[in-house]
Ligand binder design. Sequence first.
Ligand code: PEP
Length: 253
Amino acid sequence: MRKPVIAGNWKMNKTKLESIKLVTELKNLLPRTVAADIIVAPPFTALTYVFEAISGSSIALAAQNCHWEDSGAYTGEVSPPMLKDLGCRYVILGHSERRQYFGETDSSVNKKLKAVLRSELIPIICVGESLEERKKRETFSIVEGQIKRGLASLTSTEFNEIIIAYEPIWAIGTGETATPAQAQEVHQLIRKVLGELFGGRNAAEIRIQYGGSVKADNVAELMAQEDIDGALVGGASLEARSFAEIIRFKSGD
Ligand code: PEP
Protein backbone atom coordinates (compact mmCIF):
# COMPACT_ATOMS: atom_id res chain seq x y z
CA MET A 1 0.00 0.00 0.00
CA ARG A 2 1.63 3.24 -1.13
CA LYS A 3 1.15 6.19 1.22
CA PRO A 4 0.13 9.35 -0.67
CA VAL A 5 2.74 12.10 -0.75
CA ILE A 6 1.72 15.72 -1.30
CA ALA A 7 4.47 18.30 -1.81
CA GLY A 8 4.27 22.06 -2.23
CA ASN A 9 6.96 23.64 -4.42
CA TRP A 10 7.10 27.34 -3.55
CA LYS A 11 9.64 28.06 -6.29
CA MET A 12 11.21 31.55 -6.02
CA ASN A 13 8.47 32.92 -3.81
CA LYS A 14 8.13 34.04 -0.18
CA THR A 15 10.46 36.05 1.99
CA LYS A 16 11.45 34.85 5.44
CA LEU A 17 8.39 36.31 7.18
CA GLU A 18 6.01 35.31 4.39
CA SER A 19 7.34 31.75 4.57
CA ILE A 20 6.84 31.52 8.32
CA LYS A 21 3.31 32.92 7.96
CA LEU A 22 2.37 30.50 5.18
CA VAL A 23 3.65 27.37 6.87
CA THR A 24 2.22 28.35 10.26
CA GLU A 25 -1.20 28.88 8.69
CA LEU A 26 -0.88 25.53 6.94
CA LYS A 27 0.09 23.80 10.16
CA ASN A 28 -2.95 25.26 11.92
CA LEU A 29 -5.29 24.17 9.14
CA LEU A 30 -4.17 20.54 9.10
CA PRO A 31 -5.72 17.87 11.28
CA ARG A 32 -3.41 16.20 13.81
CA THR A 33 -3.07 13.10 11.66
CA VAL A 34 -3.15 13.13 7.90
CA ALA A 35 -3.28 10.09 5.65
CA ALA A 36 -0.43 11.41 3.51
CA ASP A 37 3.17 12.53 3.76
CA ILE A 38 3.17 16.34 3.59
CA ILE A 39 6.16 18.25 2.26
CA VAL A 40 6.90 21.92 1.68
CA ALA A 41 9.79 23.15 -0.47
CA PRO A 42 10.52 26.81 0.33
CA PRO A 43 13.39 28.74 -1.25
CA PHE A 44 16.84 28.08 0.31
CA THR A 45 16.68 31.38 2.20
CA ALA A 46 13.64 30.27 4.21
CA LEU A 47 14.58 26.65 4.97
CA THR A 48 15.83 27.29 8.50
CA TYR A 49 12.82 29.38 9.49
CA VAL A 50 10.32 26.95 7.99
CA PHE A 51 12.08 24.05 9.73
CA GLU A 52 11.59 25.79 13.08
CA ALA A 53 7.96 26.60 12.27
CA ILE A 54 7.04 22.99 11.34
CA SER A 55 8.58 21.50 14.44
CA GLY A 56 6.15 19.11 16.12
CA SER A 57 3.94 18.89 13.01
CA SER A 58 3.63 16.24 10.32
CA ILE A 59 5.04 18.58 7.67
CA ALA A 60 8.50 17.74 6.30
CA LEU A 61 10.99 20.01 4.61
CA ALA A 62 12.35 19.82 1.06
CA ALA A 63 14.84 21.83 -0.96
CA GLN A 64 14.14 22.65 -4.60
CA ASN A 65 17.58 21.77 -5.93
CA CYS A 66 21.15 20.98 -4.85
CA HIS A 67 24.67 20.44 -6.17
CA TRP A 68 26.19 16.99 -6.74
CA GLU A 69 29.29 17.54 -4.66
CA ASP A 70 29.33 17.66 -0.87
CA SER A 71 31.55 20.77 -0.77
CA GLY A 72 34.08 22.66 -2.86
CA ALA A 73 34.66 25.59 -5.20
CA TYR A 74 31.15 25.91 -6.65
CA THR A 75 30.18 29.52 -6.03
CA GLY A 76 26.49 30.00 -5.40
CA GLU A 77 25.69 26.32 -4.97
CA VAL A 78 24.24 24.39 -2.03
CA SER A 79 25.14 20.76 -1.24
CA PRO A 80 23.06 17.87 0.12
CA PRO A 81 24.93 17.75 3.48
CA MET A 82 24.15 21.46 3.93
CA LEU A 83 20.49 20.79 3.28
CA LYS A 84 20.47 17.85 5.65
CA ASP A 85 22.07 20.09 8.26
CA LEU A 86 19.15 22.55 7.92
CA GLY A 87 16.57 19.84 8.54
CA CYS A 88 15.63 18.91 4.98
CA ARG A 89 14.35 15.41 4.41
CA TYR A 90 13.69 15.66 0.66
CA VAL A 91 15.22 17.36 -2.40
CA ILE A 92 13.38 18.06 -5.66
CA LEU A 93 15.58 17.23 -8.66
CA GLY A 94 15.22 17.89 -12.38
CA HIS A 95 12.22 20.20 -12.19
CA SER A 96 11.33 21.30 -15.72
CA GLU A 97 12.07 24.93 -14.83
CA ARG A 98 15.61 23.93 -13.90
CA ARG A 99 15.90 21.92 -17.11
CA GLN A 100 14.50 24.84 -19.15
CA TYR A 101 16.29 27.83 -17.58
CA PHE A 102 19.38 26.44 -15.85
CA GLY A 103 20.69 23.74 -18.15
CA GLU A 104 19.70 20.78 -15.96
CA THR A 105 20.10 17.53 -17.88
CA ASP A 106 19.38 13.89 -17.14
CA SER A 107 23.09 13.46 -16.52
CA SER A 108 23.23 16.24 -13.89
CA VAL A 109 20.03 14.89 -12.34
CA ASN A 110 21.74 11.51 -12.08
CA LYS A 111 24.80 12.97 -10.34
CA LYS A 112 22.60 14.95 -7.95
CA LEU A 113 20.49 11.89 -7.27
CA LYS A 114 23.54 9.93 -6.11
CA ALA A 115 24.68 12.84 -3.94
CA VAL A 116 21.25 13.22 -2.35
CA LEU A 117 21.09 9.51 -1.52
CA ARG A 118 24.63 9.65 -0.09
CA SER A 119 23.36 12.26 2.36
CA GLU A 120 20.37 10.08 3.25
CA LEU A 121 17.90 12.53 1.79
CA ILE A 122 14.95 11.48 -0.35
CA PRO A 123 15.03 12.68 -3.95
CA ILE A 124 11.87 13.68 -5.82
CA ILE A 125 12.86 13.28 -9.46
CA CYS A 126 10.76 15.22 -11.98
CA VAL A 127 10.15 14.05 -15.51
CA GLY A 128 7.72 15.21 -18.19
CA GLU A 129 7.23 16.14 -21.80
CA SER A 130 6.65 19.49 -23.52
CA LEU A 131 3.53 20.33 -25.50
CA GLU A 132 5.39 19.90 -28.80
CA GLU A 133 6.61 16.48 -27.72
CA ARG A 134 3.09 15.45 -26.72
CA LYS A 135 1.70 16.66 -30.02
CA LYS A 136 4.34 14.63 -31.84
CA ARG A 137 3.29 11.61 -29.76
CA GLU A 138 6.72 11.42 -28.16
CA THR A 139 5.52 11.52 -24.54
CA PHE A 140 6.39 7.89 -23.77
CA SER A 141 9.84 7.95 -25.36
CA ILE A 142 10.74 11.27 -23.71
CA VAL A 143 9.66 10.16 -20.24
CA GLU A 144 11.23 6.73 -20.64
CA GLY A 145 14.53 8.32 -21.67
CA GLN A 146 14.46 10.75 -18.72
CA ILE A 147 13.83 7.86 -16.32
CA LYS A 148 16.52 5.61 -17.77
CA ARG A 149 19.22 8.30 -17.92
CA GLY A 150 18.20 10.02 -14.69
CA LEU A 151 18.24 6.78 -12.69
CA ALA A 152 21.25 5.23 -14.44
CA SER A 153 23.32 2.86 -12.28
CA LEU A 154 21.04 3.20 -9.27
CA THR A 155 20.97 0.04 -7.14
CA SER A 156 17.69 -1.59 -6.16
CA THR A 157 18.29 -0.61 -2.54
CA GLU A 158 18.82 3.02 -3.52
CA PHE A 159 15.81 2.85 -5.82
CA ASN A 160 13.52 2.06 -2.90
CA GLU A 161 14.31 5.48 -1.40
CA ILE A 162 13.16 7.64 -4.29
CA ILE A 163 9.98 9.42 -5.39
CA ILE A 164 9.18 10.20 -9.03
CA ALA A 165 7.06 13.18 -10.10
CA TYR A 166 5.45 13.14 -13.52
CA GLU A 167 4.98 16.76 -14.51
CA PRO A 168 3.90 17.41 -18.09
CA ILE A 169 5.52 20.77 -18.86
CA TRP A 170 2.42 22.02 -20.67
CA ALA A 171 0.40 21.65 -17.45
CA ILE A 172 2.81 23.49 -15.12
CA GLY A 173 1.60 26.92 -14.06
CA THR A 174 -0.75 27.05 -17.05
CA GLY A 175 -4.02 26.17 -15.36
CA GLU A 176 -4.21 23.25 -17.77
CA THR A 177 -4.25 19.88 -16.02
CA ALA A 178 -3.67 16.52 -17.65
CA THR A 179 -6.91 14.59 -17.52
CA PRO A 180 -6.83 11.77 -14.98
CA ALA A 181 -6.69 9.30 -17.88
CA GLN A 182 -3.78 11.13 -19.56
CA ALA A 183 -1.86 11.25 -16.30
CA GLN A 184 -2.61 7.61 -15.42
CA GLU A 185 -1.42 6.46 -18.84
CA VAL A 186 2.03 8.01 -18.28
CA HIS A 187 2.23 6.94 -14.62
CA GLN A 188 1.53 3.38 -15.72
CA LEU A 189 4.29 3.62 -18.32
CA ILE A 190 6.71 4.97 -15.71
CA ARG A 191 5.93 2.07 -13.37
CA LYS A 192 6.42 -0.39 -16.22
CA VAL A 193 9.82 1.11 -17.11
CA LEU A 194 10.80 1.09 -13.42
CA GLY A 195 9.75 -2.56 -13.25
CA GLU A 196 12.05 -3.42 -16.17
CA LEU A 197 14.92 -1.61 -14.48
CA PHE A 198 14.46 -2.53 -10.83
CA GLY A 199 12.02 -5.43 -10.76
CA GLY A 200 8.23 -5.48 -10.62
CA ARG A 201 8.01 -5.79 -6.86
CA ASN A 202 10.18 -2.72 -6.26
CA ALA A 203 8.35 -0.73 -8.92
CA ALA A 204 5.00 -1.57 -7.35
CA GLU A 205 6.12 0.12 -4.13
CA ILE A 206 7.56 3.33 -5.53
CA ARG A 207 5.49 6.49 -5.22
CA ILE A 208 4.80 8.51 -8.35
CA GLN A 209 3.39 12.01 -7.91
CA TYR A 210 1.51 13.97 -10.53
CA GLY A 211 2.27 17.67 -10.96
CA GLY A 212 0.72 20.31 -13.18
CA SER A 213 -1.97 22.74 -12.05
CA VAL A 214 -3.21 20.46 -9.25
CA LYS A 215 -5.96 22.17 -7.27
CA ALA A 216 -8.50 21.27 -4.61
CA ASP A 217 -11.14 20.62 -7.23
CA ASN A 218 -9.12 18.20 -9.38
CA VAL A 219 -6.89 16.40 -6.85
CA ALA A 220 -9.40 13.70 -5.87
CA GLU A 221 -9.98 12.42 -9.40
CA LEU A 222 -6.25 12.43 -10.12
CA MET A 223 -5.49 10.60 -6.89
CA ALA A 224 -8.19 8.05 -7.67
CA GLN A 225 -6.04 6.73 -10.52
CA GLU A 226 -4.30 3.46 -9.82
CA ASP A 227 -0.73 4.64 -10.38
CA ILE A 228 -1.00 8.20 -9.03
CA ASP A 229 0.31 8.32 -5.47
CA GLY A 230 0.48 12.01 -4.74
CA ALA A 231 0.83 15.51 -6.06
CA LEU A 232 3.62 18.01 -6.58
CA VAL A 233 1.87 21.34 -6.31
CA GLY A 234 3.21 24.72 -7.40
CA GLY A 235 0.84 27.70 -7.49
CA ALA A 236 -1.83 26.26 -5.21
CA SER A 237 0.74 25.58 -2.47
CA LEU A 238 1.43 29.31 -2.07
CA GLU A 239 -1.83 29.81 -0.23
CA ALA A 240 -2.34 27.81 2.99
CA ARG A 241 -6.05 27.22 2.56
CA SER A 242 -5.82 25.89 -0.99
CA PHE A 243 -2.86 23.63 -0.15
CA ALA A 244 -4.61 22.33 2.97
CA GLU A 245 -7.67 21.51 0.87
CA ILE A 246 -5.49 19.55 -1.54
CA ILE A 247 -3.94 17.67 1.37
CA ARG A 248 -7.37 16.85 2.73
CA PHE A 249 -8.47 15.47 -0.62
CA LYS A 250 -9.95 12.44 1.07
CA SER A 251 -13.02 13.51 2.95
CA GLY A 252 -12.85 12.42 6.54
CA ASP A 253 -9.25 13.55 7.06
C1 PEP B 1 5.36 22.67 -10.20
O1 PEP B 1 5.98 23.69 -10.22
O2 PEP B 1 5.95 21.62 -9.91
C2 PEP B 1 3.93 22.70 -10.53
C3 PEP B 1 3.32 21.57 -10.71
O3 PEP B 1 3.34 23.94 -10.62
P1 PEP B 1 1.76 24.25 -10.74
O4 PEP B 1 1.05 23.42 -9.72
O5 PEP B 1 1.63 25.71 -10.49
O6 PEP B 1 1.36 23.87 -12.14
